[in-house]
Design a protein around this ligand. Structure first.
Ligand code: TK8
Length: 345
C-alpha cells in the first residue's frame, strides 16, 4: 500500500514539473522574443461600444489577428477606459499603450499644425475631406507625428460637428451669447467659440454627460452619431446643424511599438488601419445620416441654420483663423486650402 502511494506521488510530481517546464519554456521563448513572440496591442478610444469608431476598431483587430496568424493580439478598450484622447496619446509616447484614435483637436497639443484641420468651416464635404486627408497633404501631416514618438497610420472620421444645448434654439451667432459650451481641449476651438459670443470650457469627453446633467455647462458640439450614441439627448433639448467643423480622427500607434514590428507586420497594421478606416467612415456616415431623425424622435428640437446665418458665423471666426494661420505658417495653411480647392473640382 505504502509503495503504491509513493509511486502515485512521484508520478504526480513529474506531471507538475512537466507542465511548469513546458509552459514556461514556451512562454519564456515568447517572452524573450524571436519569431514565436506574440505582441499585444492595447487599443483605446473615448467613445462607447455603440459608436462606429469602436466597430472600426474591432475590424482592425479582426484583420491584424488574422493576417499575423495571432502573432499580434489586439485588446480593445472603449468609453475612455484607458483615458481620454490626450492622456492616451501621452501613454503611446511612453509606450504604456499601443493604439489610440483621437480627434485632431486634442492632437494639436502635440503637433500644432494639426489645428488646421479644425479650422471652422474648412471642409465643404466628407468626400473632399477624404481626398485631402488620404492624399499628399494628409500624409505630410502624419509624417510630422514621428517627432512626437507617434506613428500616424490613417485618418478615420468623427464627422461634421453640430451644437446642442439645454437653453435655447441656436439659429444665428447671436444665440451663442453667454452660452456655457464644452469644447475639446484645443485653444483654437476655445477662441472660435469666444468669437461667436459663447463662454467655452475645455473638458474631457468622459466628464461631459455629468457636466450637462448638473448644468456645469449648457451645451456641447459633436456629430449627430456621437450626440445620439452617447445619449446626450437625455440632458440636451436643442440641436442645430451648425456643421461648424469637420472633425477627423487619426489612427495613432506608439512609435516604439511600431519600430519593434517586423517589416511584414508594419505593412499589415498599416493596411489594416486603412481598410478598417474606410469601413468606419461608411458606418459613421450612415449613422450621422440616420441619427438626427433619432434625436428628434428622442425629443430634441432641431433648428436649421440658414446659409446667411452660417456666413455670419464664418465672418465672426475669421480673425481667429487669420491669427492661427500666422502661428502655424501661412504656407502650410495655403497648401491645405489649395488641396481643398483641387479636391472640390
Ligand atoms: C472621443 C473624442 C470625441 C470628440 C470629443 O475620444 O471629445 O468631443 O468628438 O469623439 O475624440
Amino acid at each position: 500500500m505504502k509503495k503504491r502511494l509513493s509511486v502515485i506521488l512521484i508520478a504526480f510530481l513529474v506531471l507538475i514539473l512537466a507542465a511548469c517546464g513546458g509552459d514556461n519554456e514556451g512562454s519564456g521563448e515568447k517572452e524573450k522574443g524571436g519569431e514565436g513572440e506574440v505582441k499585444t496591442i492595447r487599443a483605446g478610444i473615448g467613445l462607447n461600444d455603440a459608436h462606429p469608431q469602436y466597430k472600426g476598431l474591432l475590424k482592425f483587430k479582426e484583420i491584424v489577428e488574422e493576417k499575423t496568424n495571432g502573432q499580434i493580439k489586439v485588446e480593445t478598450y472603449h468609453s475612455g477606459q484607458l483615458g481620454d484622447d490626450r492622456t492616451m496619446t501621452e501613454a503611446l509616447q511612453i509606450g504604456s499603450q499601443e493604439v489610440v484614435i483621437p480627434s485632431t483637436a486634442p492632437l494639436a497639443n502635440f503637433v500644432p499644425e494639426f489645428s488646421i484641420f479644425d479650422f471652422p468651416f474648412l471642409f465643404p464635404s466628407e468626400e473632399v475631406a477624404d481626398k485631402v486627408l488620404d492624399g499628399e497633404v494628409g500624409q505630410k501631416f502624419l509624417d510630422q507625428l514621428e517627432s512626437q514618438n507617434l506613428v500616424g497610420l490613417a485618418y478615420w472620421e468623427n464627422g461634421f460637428r453640430d451644437v446642442t444645448n439645454s437653453k435655447r434654439a441656436i439659429a444665428t451667432a447671436a444665440d451663442f451669447k453667454g452660452l456655457k459650451l464644452r469644447t475639446m481641449e484645443n485653444e483654437l476651438h476655445l477662441e472660435a467659440f469666444r468669437a461667436l459670443g459663447a463662454n467655452p470650457t475645455p473638458m474631457a469627453l468622459a466628464e461631459l454627460f455629468t457636466a450637462m446633467q448638473q448644468g456645469t455647462v449648457d451645451g456641447q458640439e459633436n456629430p449627430y452619431a456621437t450626440i445620439y450614441l452617447q445619449k446626450f439627448y437625455e440632458v440636451q433639448d436643442h440641436v442645430s446643424n451648425t456643421h461648424h467643423i469637420y472633425s477627423p480622427f487619426v489612427f495613432l500607434m506608439s512609435k516604439s511599438f511600431y519600430d519593434g514590428l517586423t517589416e511584414e507586420q508594419q505593412t499589415i497594421v498599416k493596411e489594416a488601419a486603412l481598410e478598417s478606416g474606410k469601413y468606419e467612415r461608411e458606418l459613421n456616415r450612415e449613422a450621422n445620416n440616420q441619427n438626427l431623425a433619432d434625436l428628434e424622435e428622442a425629443g430634441m428640437t432641431f433648428t436649421e441654420v440658414t446659409p446667411e446665418a452660417r456666413q455670419e458665423m464664418i465672418d465672426l471666426v475669421q480673425p481667429v483663423l487669420d491669427k492661427y494661420a500666422e502661428k502655424i505658417g501661412k504656407e502650410k495653411v495655403q497648401e491645405v486650402y489649395d488641396a481643398i480647392e483641387e479636391a472640390s473640382k
